[in-house]
Design a protein around this ligand. Structure first.
Ligand SMILES: [Zn+2]
Length: 655
């Protein structure tokens, strides 16, 4: 960082000198004013740094990541070797983890993040070692395991911890989601999946649970036969013993703890191409293989825009409905929601998004959760480009517009001045999930689109390749790399508008530019639908993105019972099997007390889906308009939701 800044400054001043010679007095004025601005901003960042230092004095936090209770500025993990037995009866994981670590400076203890773990013993370099398990050190961040051992700077050592997870009786927010057979598609066997992002890996094993700490992994999972288990790595070995199946995986690329994932159940794997695979419950495997049969094409298209895929195999696993997200980019084991399996490949943009994370997020990783936009904004920006290359320009425009709509809705929900609407939210003793929304995705994407518009598509592609080749990044480092890139490439006149995009809350000024013809076409379709002038066949032949966009457009008009009746009877929208469409129409119905939207259709929808993108806006509408029905359905469904989703919904109802 320091070397980079010196290099940048020397280039900067040399370049300024040419400006003075070339442009005379005007140039000189520009240089002087720019220098003053630079000095001011340098002073500002110095002040900021000092105030951060002061506020951290006397607290338990490290200085790099306020969501981790580990002393990550003193020690770091190099390799994680984890061996777990999955106990479906007690719903716990038992086993051991060996952390190969290195002291960054001399230390007398190691602090690890933990949550609801029972520690049986700790050894450092094979010697029994004293430890202290502190519960709820910070309520939002969980527990802390302190291990008392003295290590010298640069010393490498090994910490072995024997432990088990605890039963989650009080539905605390943890990574693991244990499902009953009735919650699976096959209805016969139990199921387990985990969700470590953002700060739940600590509920799976004691670790340095910060995205800035990356380690290689060896994973061993034991499950009762005939079930199978998968981990976020490449399969090394599969054996059976005493009616148990044992699977070993290796992750040779260093990854942060939030990308550690496991999954177990009645599962089948199917090859799509030499390096792409699909896993799901056997009953769903052919449907999934058809839906995602173009994975190789998607991966090659992304490689063309970025760089070669470095993780060897790419595998997706389609989970039961309780999975709270559209997808999760666990390396070599992308988790996907079954809501993407709609039969016509129209929801595969989520898969493309998760694939892109193999570069932005999993390879280049945000240093802490305050600069999460670096993972998601960059990925969403590339996703939009890839949708254009794979599905055509119109789909790309629609995809971008739907993203813009979701950003506007999210900013409206928070309020334009809310701190969570900035790309650099301050997380102090908070769970990053509290401020989770589409904002880092869509506002981050719009910022990059804004930059690309000034820099040019080809040059910006070079810059994006440079960014994804980094190991970890924070927002300031991103800015330095951008400024250095512009200087090196003699690109002048770029107005970054850092303050308004990255620091300020609210909606950015830059809107996606669309052709007039394009917007007129969809406005007409929306009017036709609203006025009941469209043929059912014509409506049904539209792509689901087009239907969603039109539905968003009619949301700007007055929707009353008569309009809803048309949408129900003439266009059968309440019968849609695509949750992207159904959740939109349900929300319109709830807001207008439309009986169909408050009956079985609503409870069936909320029972059948666990993906937060769909259920959270529906519950939010219920919390505002029909609290009683909302709470009744939530109480009926909450055991089938992931604890992350339940916590979000409980907040909406203030319970
Ligand atoms: Zn993502």
């Amino acid at each position: 960082m320091q070397a980079l800044r010196q290099f940048y400054q020397s280039r900067y001043y040399k370049k300024s000198l040419y400006g003075v010679i070339g442009l005379g007095v005007i140039g000189a004025i520009l240089v002087v004013s720019t220098k003053i601005r630079k000095q001011q901003s340098k002073q500002q960042s110095l002040n900021q740094f000092q105030s951060n230092e002061q506020s951290l004095q006397g607290t338990i936090f490290n200085k790099l990541d306020k969501c981790s209770l580990s002393n990550i500025d003193q020690v770091k993990t190099l390799n994680t070797s984890i061996s777990l037995e999955i106990d479906f009866v007690q719903q716990i994981l038992t086993g051991r983890v060996i952390l190969k670590m290195k002291a960054i400076k001399s230390v007398n203890k190691i602090q690890l993040d933990a949550k609801m773990l029972s520690i049986k013993g700790v050894k450092v370099n094979d010697q029994e070692t004293q430890f202290h398990y502190k519960e709820l050190v910070v309520k939002e961040l969980g527990d802390q395991l302190e291990i008392f051992t003295e290590k010298q700077e640069n010393e490498e050592f090994q910490v072995e911890i024997i432990y088990s997870t605890q039963q989650n009786i009080n539905n605390e927010q943890v990574a693991q989601n244990w499902l009953q057979p009735s919650q699976t598609f096959g209805n016969k066997h139990p199921f387990l999946f985990t969700q470590s992002e953002a700060i739940y890996a600590r509920s799976l094993y004691p670790c340095q649970d910060s995205p800035s700490i990356k380690s290689t992994f060896d994973i061993e999972l034991t499950v009762p036969a005939p079930l199978k288990a998968f981990g976020s790595g490449l399969l090394v070995q599969e054996t059976s013993k005493d009616n148990k199946n044992i699977f070993q995986f290796k992750q040779p690329v260093a990854i942060p703890s939030y990308l550690f994932a496991i999954c177990a159940g009645d599962l089948e794997k199917k090859k799509i191409s030499e390096r792409t695979f699909v896993i799901s419950e056997p009953i769903l495997i052919n449907k999934c293989a058809n839906e995602f049969s173009d994975m190789e094409k998607y991966l090659s298209t992304i490689e063309e825009y970025l760089t070669p895929y470095k993780w060897n195999e790419y595998t997706v696993i389609v989970l039961p409905k309780a999975f709270p997200y559209g997808g999760m980019e666990n390396p070599n084991l992308t988790f996907l929601s079954p809501s993407l399996v709609v039969g016509d490949k129209s929801e595969t943009a989520v898969l493309i998004h998760e694939m892109i994370h193999s570069w932005s997020g999993n390879s280049m990783t945000c240093q802490n959760w305050e600069c999460f936009w670096l993972n998601e904004g960059i990925t969403t920006f590339i996703e939009n480009k890839m949708v254009g290359k794979i599905f055509g320009k119109d789909q790309q425009t629609l995809h971008g517009l739907l993203g813009d709509n979701s950003l506007q809705k999210s900013i409206n929900n928070f309020g334009a001045e809310h701190t969570y609407t900035t790309l650099s939210p301050k997380l102090d003793q908070q769970n990053p999930d509290d401020c989770f929304s589409v904002i880092p995705y869509q506002k981050g994407c719009q910022f990059l689109r804004f930059l690309e518009g000034q820099i040019g598509e080809q040059k910006f592609q070079e810059f994006i390749r440079l960014i994804v080749s980094q190991d970890t990044l924070n927002s300031e480092q991103f800015r330095s790399l951008l400024e250095k890139f512009l200087l090196e490439n003699n690109i002048e006149g770029v107005d970054i508008q850092w303050q308004s995009w990255i620091i300020d809350p609210g909606m950015p000024k830059e809107k996606l530019k669309i052709e007039e013809q394009f917007s007129k076409k969809y406005e007409k379709l929306a009017n036709d639908l609203y006025d009941n002038q469209m043929q059912l066949d014509d409506f049904q032949n539209l792509h689901s993105n087009e239907k969603c966009f039109i539905l968003d457009l009619i949301g700007n008009k007055d929707i009353d019972q008569r309009i809803l009746k048309n949408l129900e009877e003439e266009y059968q929208l309440f019968e849609s099997n695509n949750p992207e469409i159904l959740h939109r129409i349900l929300i319109y119905g709830i807001k207008n007390n439309y009986p169909v939207a408050l009956g079985d259709k609503l409870s069936d929808f909320l029972r059948a889906n666990g993906r937060m993108k769909f259920i959270c806006p529906v519950y939010r509408a219920l919390a505002e308009k029909n609290r009683e029905i909302g709470l009744r359905i939530f109480n009926m469904c909450k055991n089938s939701y992931h604890s992350i989703a339940s916590a979000q919904i409980q907040k909406m109802f203030g319970i």
